[in-house]
Design a protein around this ligand. Structure first.
Ligand code: 5GP
Length: 118
């Protein structure tokens, strides 16, 4: 008997076009779409196709993927007109604000960004 397939994450469903998403970029490794509840004029989520739950679940095998995502995030910020002023955020774990357990980079831009964040 085979084990039942694990259920898809919300972001896998967006990637697979099972639920709508405003997709702004995709390649073989990752997909980016606008956050449904944006915290800034530009608020995009960059998600690996591989459903890594949290950044702390990534392994050495994911090194190239994670590096690729950083470069893609920079490219997306440039595409959005904020190549020299953007913030990348990864919330790792519920206590750090993670609510969707499929690794994602928040790409935030288009307003003054204070430091430290809340
Ligand atoms: P987290 O809190 O896990 O770091 O970020 C999850 C993000 O996903 C939140 O900013 C939230 O607004 C966004 N989000 C939740 N549900 C949806 C959805 O159905 N579609 C899109 N595009 N974003 C979503």
């Amino acid at each position: 008997m085979t084990a039942p397939a694990a259920s898809k994450t919300l972001f896998e469903k967006i990637i697979d076009r099972e639920i709508p998403g405003d997709i702004v970029f995709e390649d073989d490794h990752c997909v980016a779409f606008r956050d449904i509840n944006p915290g800034a004029p530009v608020h995009i989520l960059l998600v690996p196709r591989k459903p890594i739950a949290r950044l702390c679940d990534a392994t050495a095998d994911d090194q190239a993927l994670l590096g690729h995502m950083m470069l893609v995030a920079s490219q997306i910020a440039e595409q959005e007109g904020y190549g020299d002023a953007y913030r990348l955020v990864v919330n790792n774990g519920a206590a750090a604000g993670q609510s969707v357990f499929h690794l994602h980079l928040h790409i935030i831009a288009g307003r003054p960004l204070k430091w430290p964040p809340g």
